[in-house]
Every structure is written in C-alpha cells, then in structure tokens.
Write a protein that binds this ligand. Structure first.
Ligand SMILES: [Zn+2]
Ligand SMILES: [Zn+2]
Ligand SMILES: [Zn+2]
Length: 245
C-alpha cells in the first residue's frame, strides 16, 4: 500500500508484493484473461503473456479495468480485434470510460481494437474451447459477475475476486468445480468484500477440490495467513501457475 511502513508492505518475501487481481485461463492454446487491472502491462511482461484471445470483466471498478488499453499490443501480435465480455452495467461503464476506443480511427492515434459484448448470469457462452458461465455475486452496490470456466476435458475453475456474498443459484452453478478462487480481503469486516473467515466458510460451501483466496490487503501476511487456512485452501502469489488435467 502506498505510503505504508507496516511489516507486510516492507516484507522481503515477494509473495507479499501483490499487484491488482487478474487471472489467465489457458487451454489448448486458447488464452482467456479475466479482468484488465492497471498492472496488466507489468504482469504481461513479467509472466511472458503472449496471447489474449478474449477478456471477461467482473465489474468496472478501476482496479479491474484500467489496464484495458494495453490489449492493443495483443491486437498487433494477433492481428485481430479482441472480444471483451461483461454484464450490462459493466459494459455501459466500459463504453463510457473507454469512449475513445469506439470512435472512428484517427491517424497516429493508437487504441485497442475491442468488441464489447454483454453477458448475463446463468447464460453460458463459448470462448474457443472453453465454456464460460457467468454467475452473480454481491459486491457493494456495483453489479458484479463471477465466472465459471469449463474446458472440454472436464476441468473447471471458478473466479470471484470481488465478492461480499453469493446467493443460492450462484453457489449451485459452482457445483463440482476443480478450482475456486475467491475474495478474502482481510479479517476486519468490509462493506463490499468477504472477510477471511467468511471466505473460508463460503469456499467450504462451494466445495471445490482445490481453492485459493485472492484480493488480500496488507493486513494479511502470506505465511501467517497460509497457516490459518484449512487443507485444500491456499494463498496464491503473483505469477502463480496451477496446472490441472
Ligand atoms: Zn502496509
Ligand atoms: Zn471491486
Ligand atoms: Zn477489486
């Protein structure tokens, strides 16, 4: 956290150096990005991200969308426009925030080539070989989606980085998951994020084979929080790769 001198912010353990939350799901050469945080450029450089075939946006908070402009490099590499999916209100916000993307081309002005597409909870769509099912999550007042992604070999992952609660239909949509990744901001209650305690409870209800917490703030030290988690729930770190087959 900017200007903070706490033990976590001064930690020499790189796992305590957290950039804004995002996820890449890859299957059979197809690369699906979830959220475009302001750190996207640095993350793509450090983790050698070479492809982004489509993008899912959970909600239009700045920490999840302000890196969208950097998709233009993937347009150049792939020589194609990139679809960006989100709920109705999210896409409305994106059209406002990134209005220059939608204007007629001007010589010398670079911007990403994006096709905005609306999705709704419970309605699956195909992204390459991946089936994507959006589900509703509560996150303060902003309409927010989580995403379940299944590949055609039966591997599945669910992602809800910003979430304060989940309704019954959403939990049912996550049945049988291999991996679930869920918000766990800190121990103290927050109006729009899960506490660590509530996150663990919700993860146990979802019952994925393996689970990770994400979107941690500097109240939570990596090793200390890892020790407090039950078996099957782990703390990831920036750049962590999980291989599942
Ligand atoms: Zn701090
Ligand atoms: Zn948010
Ligand atoms: Zn966030």
């Amino acid at each position: 956290m900017i200007g903070c001198e706490c033990d976590v912010c001064r930690s020499t353990d790189r796992r305590n150096r957290r950039r804004r939350a995002a996820l890449i799901v890859e299957s059979e050469g197809y690369s699906l990005l979830i959220d475009a945080p302001p750190d996207l450029r640095e993350q793509a450089l450090e983790y050698r991200i070479k492809r982004v075939d489509s993008v899912l946006i959970t909600h239009a908070h700045a920490d999840h969308v302000f890196g969208l402009d950097d998709l233009r490099r993937f347009n150049t590499l792939q020589k194609t426009a990139i679809p960006v999916y989100g709920g109705h209100a999210t896409i409305e916000d994106m059209r406002r925030i990134f209005d220059y993307v939608l204007r007629a081309p001007e010589p010398g002005v670079y911007r990403p080539e994006i096709i905005f597409k609306e999705v709704s909870a419970g309605q699956s769509l195909d992204c390459g070989c991946l089936k994507v099912t959006p589900f509703e999550v509560e996150h303060g007042r902003i309409p927010t989606l989580g995403y379940r992604i299944d590949n055609d070999r039966g591997c599945s992952v669910g992602y809800a980085p910003d979430c304060s609660a989940m309704n019954g239909p959403a939990i049912r949509q996550l049945r049988g998951l291999d991996i679930m990744i869920l918000d766990a901001l800190r121990d103290r209650p927050h109006g729009s994020h899960l506490t660590l305690h509530d996150s663990v409870n919700l993860l146990q209800k979802i019952g994925a084979r393996r689970a990770f917490i994400t979107h941690l703030c500097h109240d939570l030290e990596h090793t200390a929080v890892a020790r407090r988690l039950p078996d099957g729930i782990d703390v990831p770190w920036d750049g962590m790769t999980v291989v599942w087959s």
